[in-house]
Design a protein around this ligand. Sequence first.
Ligand code: NAX
Length: 328
Amino acid sequence: TRTPVNVTVTGAAGQIGYALLFRIASGQLLGADTPVKLNLLEIPQGLKAAEGTAMELDDCAFPLLRGIEITDDANKAFDGANVALLVGARPRTAGMERGDLLSANGGIFGPQGKAINDHAADDIKVLVVGNPANTNALIAQQHAPDVPAERFTAMTRLDHNRAVAQLAKKLGASVDDIKKLTIWGNHSATQYPDIFHAEVAGKNAAEAVNDEKWLAEEFIPTVAKRGAAIIEARGASSAASAANAAIDHVHTWVNGTPEGDWTSMGVVSDGSYGVPEGIISSFPVTTKDGRFEIVQGLEISDFSRTRIDASVQELIDERDAVRSLGLI
Ligand code: NAX
């Protein structure tokens, strides 16, 4: 039997945590032949609820689940971690300034990055879900100088999946006919879902849609504002779909993208497509053997350029803000 993979989940007692842990424990994150050990990190007020979730995990008798540890100590939670899902974050509350939000999250993601640096396994892969996800990932990455920067990623897979679903609906296609869609930039309202390189059943998706007005006035805003629409409808933010996207992100990273397709991940820029080196921005990526590569050589139209630049500018502003706050 294989040695278990250590998976650390922060914010384990939250609503995404509740939707995520059972899927990890059942083998959907890493595959049906990979046993897992769960390390759950919570703040002290969240420990009791995390214990309740752990009781339910026990009660599922998942054959692949080889143990659960619960702690409020980041050094313990990341000890030997192979995969870390950083879900817990400080949400923006009424009246909170952006600087306060960034500072509060710097206080979480700085120490967690350091704990990952000092205690995680050599093959550590980090996915940041907690918002502002890209900049939280940057903060954590900057506190982990001994870990290769490309191991810190931010989640835009939910945006990617939302865009695939909206495009499939528009074209009356099935979701698995849609390939090569891209989310560029920040996981925020400025993100740019790009269908110009996407394919529907092998044909160019933008040509199949052939409706720039729909693209600009319906598709892009629907994808970008989907999180707010879910809150409006459900009275709570996306949880199961966010957990599903986290599973997809890590599963794709570990197992590879299919031939003829790619996915979207927030990754450290190497300067591709004019995105400044070092910021964590969403790109089209292919993955293989646990590594990703940014898809190169795509032609970027003026329509796309303006939108990519706007989202990237927001990331630059966030980076400059956390820099001036001394958080990185
Ligand atoms: P919840 O408020 O339900 O849960 C968050 C949990 O994190 C709480 O149990 C809290 O005690 C815990 N926590 C807070 N600080 C912590 C710390 N320092 N260490 C460990 N745990 C800590 O939020 P939930 O709905 O689960 O969402 C979690 C995060 O995901 C939020 O930041 C949210 O904005 C973000 N999202 C990101 C998405 C993405 O696509 N990247 C989409 C979904 C979601 O909105």
